[in-house]
Design a protein around this ligand. Structure first.
Ligand SMILES: NC(=O)c1ccc[n+]([C@@H]2O[C@H](COP(=O)([O-])OP(=O)(O)OC[C@H]3O[C@@H](n4cnc5c(N)ncnc54)[C@H](O)[C@@H]3O)[C@@H](O)[C@H]2O)c1
Length: 405
């Protein structure tokens, strides 16, 4: 039995690893809560329900020593962490209904002296709103619990290292809340803990991801200019980056994932007049996927005209970035779906994604087999294994993500 108990609400890509690290390195007893019974069952069986190097071993360790268990219902604890999804609604407005439902679910378990932290990426003002909700339902807790926001900035694939070593921004609804939350994270974070207020911490996360989105939009815009100008964009970027103060990112077939493709909308929907570069970056990155799909359709048409038969086309990669298994907001998936829907009569499509086993009833092909059989190879995600494919000049290669560069 440890001296501190934490309850994590949401056992997804972020909540579960944080719960595991808090239990294994923070000396904390953890109960992880998820509304999905399958996730709870898998977690209690020591099975990680997504790919993350090294994490399943840590999970097995904390399940075996009893410092982490999963449940479908919250329970009393010293601290509560909300790590549920924050998607957007139809018109790109943030949907904080999951955060609200999770907050309501812990209301009966909150006690004076508790810490309540939101980690979900949230629009500005969400932490204050949830504090108001808590205090309106449980007025006796006002001034008696700490309420704070602490965004997560880990890179999937490197989560164990980053959860411990990244700096964190922590913002409470008051100074005492900030200090209390910082004391918790100091248990397992060796990066710096930067204290601020809740609104700044919320905006900080949105700013980080919008900054990435804008920088990727610049690279994506360059890639389309270079295509028109007949210039190799990869060579161009490499040369431009030799300038000591230039650092251009790599283009891709769009921008995906649950963060960079989503969070900028939390700013643009609240500040449409002011957020002009951020909005333009979003539309460039969305357009890059449409442009990519058009390029593939044109290549199919060209092949049919030149060779008088349907090409075999290998669509290489479905997830939103290399070497993970996350399909959320993935432009590669969107492009593949569009091509499957529109080009089935014009081409034999083979879909390749080495990191998943099922995709909407579409048969997945091994990457070596697909490459060997294809007339046209379309690289949509730069998985490391694709780099091992020996280039065959008899094939048309469309490399939208730099597998060959
Ligand atoms: N995935 C990332 O790389 C990343 C990085 C930084 C921040 N974030 C943010 O962290 C938050 C969580 O993201 P994620 O990727 O872990 O999401 P996820 O979808 O992988 O996991 C969320 C989990 O919450 C559960 N859930 C939903 N409502 C619940 C409730 N009321 N009670 C208990 N469980 C509930 C879901 O069943 C799911 O398992 C989001 O706001 C996201 O934007 C994600």
């Amino acid at each position: 039995m440890k001296d501190f108990k934490a309850c994590f609400i949401g056992l997804g890509y972020i909540g579960l690893p944080t719960a595991i690290i808090a239990a294994s390195k923070g000396g904390v007893d953890v109960v992880g809560v998820d509304i999905n019974p399958g996730i709870v069952e898998a977690t209690n069986a020591g099975h990680l329900h997504f790919i993350e190097p090294g994490m399943e071993d840590l999970l097995r360790g904390v399940i075996a020593d009893g410092s982490l268990r999963a449940s479908t219902v919250p329970e009393h604890a010293d601290a509560f962490f909300i790590v549920v999804p924050t998607p957007f609604k139809g018109d790109h407005e943030p949907d904080i209904s999951y955060v609200e439902a999770a907050t309501r679910s812990v209301l009966p378990f909150l006690r004076p002296g508790n810490l309540f932290v939101i980690e979900s990426t949230s629009p500005m003002g969400t932490t204050e709103k949830m504090a108001e909700l808590i205090f309106s339902e449980r007025p006796e807790l006002k001034g008696n619990i700490a309420v704070a926001y602490c965004p997560e900035r880990v890179l999937p694939g490197n989560v164990i290292h980053e959860l411990v070593n990244n700096d964190r921004v922590i913002g409470g609804i008051d100074g005492a809340s900030t200090d209390e939350a910082a004391r918790f994270y100091a248990r397992f974070v060796s990066g710096k803990l930067h204290k601020t207020n809740a609104r700044t911490a919320e905006m900080c996360k949105l700013t980080e991801n919008s900054s990435r989105d804008v920088q990727i939009a610049f690279a994506n815009e360059l890639s389309m200019i270079c295509d028109k100008a007949g210039i190799n964009v990869w060579e161009l970027i490499e040369l431009a980056n030799r300038h000591p103060r230039v650092n251009i990112l790599r283009p891709g077939c769009g921008v995906g994932g649950h963060c960079i493709a989503v969070d900028p909308y939390f700013i643009t929907s609240a500040y449409p007049e002011q957020a002009r570069i951020i909005a333009t970056a979003r539309s460039i990155n969305n357009y890059k996927s449409e442009w990519t799909a058009e390029k593939v359709k044109n290549a199919i048409l060209r092949f049919r005209i030149d060779r008088g038969r349907k090409p075999r086309v290998a669509l290489m990669g479905l997830v939103f970035k290399p070497d993970i298994d996350d399909l959320r907001e993935s432009p590669a998936r969107k492009i593949a779906m569009e091509l499957i829907g529109e080009c089935a009569a014009d081409a034999e499509l083979m879909v390749v994604e080495p990191n998943i086993t099922e995709f909407k009833g579409v048969e997945l092909t091994d990457f070596n087999e697909a490459y060997a059989a294809a007339d046209i190879v379309v690289f949509l995600t730069a998985h490391s294994v694709f780099r091992s494919l020996k280039a065959d000049s008899s094939k048309v290669e469309l490399d939208f993500c730099g597998v060959r560069s």
